[in-house]
Design a protein around this ligand. Structure first.
Ligand SMILES: C[S@@+](CC[C@H](N)C(=O)[O-])C[C@H]1O[C@@H](n2cnc3c(N)ncnc32)[C@H](O)[C@@H]1O
Length: 283
């Protein structure tokens, strides 16, 4: 792979590289909640190097500690969700804003699973270039589309079957879209979901979003926070019910304890939303 084949995503795409850095970090732990060996490839291709402790401004260090604590919990939660959805019969999976998610490679999928990864052109190009010599464990279909535009047509053109039960994932995505765009996204997902479909998402409630924005209004973390467009509604269960989903919300702290990491968020002033992890079934 030559350098000119790999164009590193910029703008909102940078956030996916940050997530890969956290997953690489988690994968080095003896008690890791998942193993993502491909994450380091993205970091190398992006020229990412971990800042030294001396280089990290205190607010940024706290921020990074919170991400290091919380992103593995949501990743493991969604790994388990996808295993349950495929056990329930879904053979079609759609990762919305897939970024550098490597589930197509690192999870053991049932035969016949087709997994669509929807993201912006620079992200899909970067990921395809970096993973060009790696074989996925399912039928992986990258889809270039803007989720604020007519992405359902792009998905169907790529082979998505709207008559088949689907497992959807929107991980670390909704905050980068406006409220109107998220309502439109849920309308489109509902129109493409037959009964027996599943949906999971991560959400940030309005109070936390405002508190984090205020705390990081300036300084180095501002570059990420200023990309945030909206919070999810306070009650994600009621929100999803409006679109025909029976949802359950989970507290990341409770999930973390169930994975053997009790009291994980006690030291943070802005811990994840207590209803921040959501999974739902189409009714
Ligand atoms: C924080 S990353 C999360 C990536 C992935 N879901 C994960 O958890 O590893 C956000 C992702 O959303 C994608 N994204 C943001 N806005 C988008 C849009 N309008 N259309 C498609 N993808 C978008 C970005 O390119 C990026 O890959």
């Amino acid at each position: 792979m030559s350098d000119d084949e790999v164009r590193v995503p910029t703008g909102v795409g940078m956030t996916a590289i940050g997530v890969a850095a956290i997953r690489a970090h988690e994968s080095r732990r003896d008690d890791r909640l998942f193993d993502d060996p491909l994450a380091t490839r993205f970091l190398a291709a992006a020229g990412w190097t971990a800042p030294t402790a001396a280089e990290i401004e205190p607010r940024r260090a706290r921020w990074r500690m919170l991400l290091v604590a919380s992103i593995p919990i949501r990743t493991r939660f969604l790994d388990d969700y996808l295993r349950a959805a495929t056990d329930a019969g879904c053979r079609q999976v759609v990762l919305l804003g897939a970024g550098l998610d490597t589930r197509a490679y690192r999870l053991a999928w049932p035969d016949g699973t087709r997994l669509f990864e929807v993201d912006l052109p620079d992200m899909v190009g970067f990921k395809n270039a970096v993973l060009s010599d790696v074989t996925p464990s399912c039928d992986r279909v990258p889809v270039i589309a803007d989720l604020t535009d007519d992405w359902p047509t792009a998905l169907k053109t790529a082979g998505f079957d709207p008559t088949a039960p689907t497992a959807w994932v929107a991980e670390g995505l909704l905050v980068y879209l406006t409220e109107e765009q998220n309502e439109s996204l849920l309308t489109d997902i509902a129109a493409l979901s037959v009964p027996g479909s599943h949906l999971a998402l991560t959400s940030l409630d309005p109070g936390r979003l405002d508190a984090i924005r205020e705390r990081h209004a300036d300084g180095p973390t501002h570059s990420v926070v200023r990309l945030w467009r909206s919070s999810a509604p306070e009650d994600p269960v009621a929100w999803l019910a409006r679109y025909g989903w029976r949802a359950t919300a989970y507290d990341p702290a409770e999930r973390a304890a169930s994975y053997g990491r009790p009291n994980l968020f006690d030291a943070f002033e802005n811990p994840p939303s207590s209803r921040g992890l959501v999974s739902a079934v189409r009714i």
